[in-house]
Design a protein around this ligand. Structure first.
Ligand code: WT7
Length: 630
């Protein structure tokens, strides 16, 4: 694959990728292992929408991640696993070992009746088996749907049911810092309402006692008994589904973003190589969870496709102390470190003292992802972690984009703090105004859209193509709409300013306001809820809920706690509101629409200029809400 090594080269490649898009991507694709080459590089329109890359080609992504590396790097470490508990040993898997594990688990899945095209739900802690499970699915052509292990039983059930998963993979327990959580128990609760699940495979991770349902549940090791090592990978069509990953939108129901085989493979590999300027034998550490797209593309697929060594970390950055990331970097001589701004901001609060005892000299490139990074955090990261010696790549992308779209290329693109800088080759961003016209020139701001397909883009929402069209391709005809606002500076550099829809970004977790509202509305005393985001020093955004109750509340504090518990049960602890204000009414227009703009202002603590409130049904509610604001 072509690696970009100078800014001049980037500029040339970029122009070529726009002018001769198909030639550009077919050249990138040449370096992969294909069972059959494509008939057509690209077939698309953004109206239906329809996007097909490398149509007619056949391949298996796991042969590209593993088999083709065996001869040259069979004994190289593919995965380093760092446990949550500092007293436990780390684990490593070489490419050969990982290959064997995957072939065996692929055979075990087949043995349990999993066929090509079947959906498999993966609800596991951050352990190597999560990667093994994903790749074993891909090996046999089953579609994996990883659900972050911080989701509650009802969220898990919703996701299993939406794509009718046949098998659930889970573990006895998961660590969260000091706490051990009974994951199997949560899975059991979910499985009370998931008729499609035929088998549940349970990994014994913590040796915790679990209840096993006869005929349905089977331990991971038992599933592997008498299973052979040899497995012939399925030959998949380029556009066969590879995985589903649920993400939040503005309405309550999560969206099953669907990625397909060849385009995702080419794109995740190309972006890993170029964004991080990855060099042979380097150790790459991404702190994300495999439950999110960052874990899919840059813990598992991108690194393995490039034959890299990838670090998987089970714990949290502050356990046993706030030096955990730096210890892992020193212990394994990590060269490339990729994390979220929220983690940086939270570690920043502990001060710089800790760096006196850490070396960090192995680091060459730093990255951030998930939310806008503020300049202060950028400089802190650059100085204390990078010793002013490492480029920081601020990578902008989404679950739907499959891989990074706008980002500096490490050691190539001149940096500007808090800017994602320039589009990668093949990516054509535009800023649109409210009328849907392209805003030309520099020093401008608008809604960020992409006007041409790239290989890693999502193809549909599982079972909901019309919703896919409506969500991403209907606001602006002929464009993919990202949902983000964006500024382009005087040099043409891009800075993502945040969501322009009803989605909030809490600690890099994307949460739909509708989801939280639905969870709160379940409470017996709650009549209606409106949720908005507000600026939060550490989390980026916090969650502010305005709640109307049906009866006089004696103990408001108790109600707030109950509401938080509801949200934890329905979604997960990460979606718990920071502030809950009980109100007598919400600012609604005469047609009944909640004016969130006003609530957002109040939540931000900026009530000086609330704009035009004359169209409200009852403008006096605004005064009441202002008076009670938290
Ligand atoms: C949303 C996508 C991409 C993997 C993790 C999140 C925000 C993401 C950046 C960045 C500013 C960013 C956007 C985007 N976002 N990266 N570098 N700068 N904002 O994936 O959960 O699908 O969320 O995260 O708002 O739309 P996701």
């Amino acid at each position: 694959m072509n690696q970009i090594t100078s800014f001049e080269q980037y500029k040339k490649e970029y122009v070529r990728s726009v002018q001769q898009s198909e030639t550009f991507w077919s050249e990138v694709a040449e370096s992969f292992l294909w069972r059959k080459k494509w008939d057509k590089v690209l077939d698309w329109n953004f109206t239906e929408p329809k996007v097909k890359w490398f149509d007619g080609a056949q391949c298996n992504i796991t042969e590209n991640c593993l088999d083709r590396h065996l001869e040259t790097r069979g004994n190289q470490i593919a995965i380093i696993w760092e446990p949550n508990n500092p007293n436990e040993n780390f684990r490593t898997l070489t490419y050969r070992e990982l290959h064997t594990e995957i072939c065996r688990f692929a055979n075990a899945l087949k043995n349990l009746g999993v066929n090509r095209g079947d959906r498999v739900c993966i609800y596991l802690p951050m352990v190597p088996e999560a990667a093994v499970a994903m790749l074993a699915c891909a090996r046999i052509g089953a579609v994996h749907s990883v659900v972050f292990a911080g989701f509650s039983s009802s969220s898990l059930a919703d996701r299993i049911n939406d794509s009718a998963c046949k098998i659930l993979l889970t573990a006895d327990a998961v660590y969260r810092g000091e706490k051990e959580i009974d994951l199997k128990k949560i899975a059991d609760d979910a499985m009370l309402q998931t008729p499609s699940i035929e088998k549940c495979i349970v990994l014994n991770h913590r040796n915790s006692a679990v209840e096993m349902k006869t005929g349905r549940d089977i331990f991971w090791n038992d599933a592997l008994e008498n299973i052979s090592n040899g497995n012939e990978a399925e030959s998949m069509n380029a556009e066969d589904p590879l995985f589903i990953l649920y993400t939040s939108g503005s309405t309550g129901k999560p969206k099953g973003v669907l990625h397909t085989t060849a385009g995702y493979m080419v794109y995740s590999a190309y972006t890993f190589l170029n964004v991080f300027n990855y060099k042979e034998k380097e150790i790459f550490f991404c702190t994300a969870d495999v439950g999110w797209v960052t874990g899919h593309s840059y813990i598992v697929y991108g690194p393995l496709l490039n034959g890299a060594t990838t670090v998987m970390f089970e714990g949290v950055p502050t356990h046993p102390d706030h030096g955990k990331f730096w210890d892992i970097i020193d212990k394994h001589s990590v060269n490339i470190f990729y994390t979220a701004p929220t983690a940086i901001r939270s570690l920043q609060t502990y001060g710089e003292e800790i760096f006196k005892t850490k070396n960090l000299s192995s680091l060459r490139v730093l990255g951030t992802v998930g939310e806008p990074i503020n300049e202060e955090a950028w400089h802190w990261y650059h100085k204390n972690v990078g010793k002013e010696n490492c480029d920081i790549v601020d990578t902008w992308w989404q679950t739907e984009t499959g891989g990074v779209l706008i980002s500096p290329i490490a050691n190539v693109t001149p940096l500007k703090p808090a800017f994602a800088t320039l589009p990668l080759p093949g990516v054509q961003p535009v800023l649109l105004n409210e009328k849907g016209e392209e805003i030309e020139g520099n020093n401008v701001e608008g809604n960020l859209c992409i006007k041409f397909p790239w290989p890693g883009m999502a193809r549909t929402l599982y079972g909901a193509h019309e919703r896919f069209r409506q969500t991403y391709f209907s606001n602006y005809h002929g464009y993919y709409f990202t949902g983000d606002g964006c500024r382009r500076d005087e040099n043409g550099y891009y800075r993502i300013t945040g969501r322009v829809d009803d989605v909030i970004n809490v600690s890099g977790h994307r949460i739909g306001t509708g989801e939280v509202e639905d969870a709160i509305d379940v409470h017996e005393h709650v009549i209606e809820t409106a949720v908005v985001g507000f600026p939060h020093d550490i989390k980026g955004q916090g969650i502010y809920a305005f709640v109307i109750c049906g009866k006089k509340i004696e103990n408001e504090e108790a109600l707030r706690n109950e509401i938080k518990k509801h949200v934890t049960e329905r979604i997960g602890a990460f979606a718990r509101p920071d502030k809950i204000q009980i109100v007598s009414g919400l600012p609604k227009t005469r047609s009944g629409k909640i004016m969130r703009r006003i609530l957002r202002k109040i939540a931000e603590g900026d009530t000086s200029n609330l704009g035009d409130t004359t169209t409200l049904l009852d403008p006096s509610v605004v005064e009441q809400i202002k008076a009670g604001a938290l």
